[in-house]
Design a protein around this ligand. Sequence first.
Ligand code: UD1
Length: 420
Amino acid sequence: MDKLIIKKTQSLQGRVEISSAKNATLPIMAATLLVDGQSSFKKLPQLQDVKTTIALLENLGAKCSGDYNSFKVDTSQINNLVAPYDLVRKMRASILVLGPLLSRFGEATVSLPGGCAIGTRPIDIHLDGLKEMGASIDLEDGYVKASCAKLKGAHIKLKFPSVGATENLVMAATLADGVTRIQNAAREPEIVDLCQFLIQRGAKIKGEGSSVIEIEGVSKLQTVNEHYQIISDRIVALTYIMAALITNSEIIVENTNYKDYEAVIELLRKSGAKFELNQNSVKVLSHQKLSPLHFETTPYPGIPTDAQAQLMALALTIEGESVIKESIFENRFMHVPELVRMGAKIKLEGNKAIIRGGTPLKAAPVMCTDLRASAALVLAGLIAEGETTINRIYHLDRGYENIEGKFQKLGVQINRVKEN
Ligand code: UD1
């Protein structure tokens, strides 16, 4: 298992280019299953989760070719409708093949993803929606077995705006008979991108980005020759923005759209952070003393849960008491005990973390527990006195492309140590 060794860094400088969003890439790659033919992409992010998705699509019979800069998926010869446990356990987002397989082929069997470090993460909202569209669903031997000769449009009201459920249901509805209306839909930019991909191929979708999405089923999606460019990763961008703020440095974050994370920019500005916001980049400027952060994570357009751990790392440098409430996942404070090992003063009260910032951190061996928690440890490593060793970085590799290379370019002394 590889580890990262990171030294305290006085300040960062230069530019960092943000790659395509993992959370848009995974559903869009699942959506290729709706196309009877080829889909092509430019600049897929080089991530472990993308590799797992390619393995999953190939396992279903898709033919994948090219490299990350120009990638093709041909789904005209799908010959297996089972997503096996071995692949699903590596990546929960594998559940996203359920909607498209069921919609195009009338059946699908997908291993139940199970819980993960940040919570139990049920899929009841996905399954209830599919049932409303006429699917029969059985849970057998750890698998979801779904079938329906032809899904039917339905009016579905989600009990929570789940990102994955919204994506699965939009994809299922794309080839269903009639109109599907999803109320209380999730509004994340990655969902808008998925809808754009589908619309370009002939899907009839309205309202993406709002809380009511309407999909009129079509009989077939067309192949489009143009390479699809997936949106930039707002969470990765925010991680580098936080790296600059935590070290009070000026850097330019390129290929990013701040409008995808305006709530965070507003929170940071209120705290005293300064930015130059451009159409395709964000310049983080140096700042005077920041004031403590008080926020709650909520569905888009609120503060994303995926940025909570990184914001907490920033709060460690701010004198006074910051309070963070995690409202999306019940157990998303796995980074706290690791940060405490580095000297952080954080108290947990249920889903609230109370951070007493301003205490200097000391390097320590720490362990990644999940993707975003790991990003917080890298950020803490930037300011901790000494040399921080971050173990189990396979979590980071799921969602951050070439993290050590990008930080090295910004002037950080960070190295990957490969271990068999
Ligand atoms: C997606 C993102 C993840 C992000 C999360 C919330 C991807 C690949 N992953 O995950 O990075 O942290 O959105 O922004 O895009 N829930 C249920 N029943 C369901 C589905 C969800 O109770 O059927 C609950 C979950 O347990 C969780 C909450 O709803 O507490 C949010 O989950 P959801 O929005 O579905 O997240 P994901 O799509 O899994």
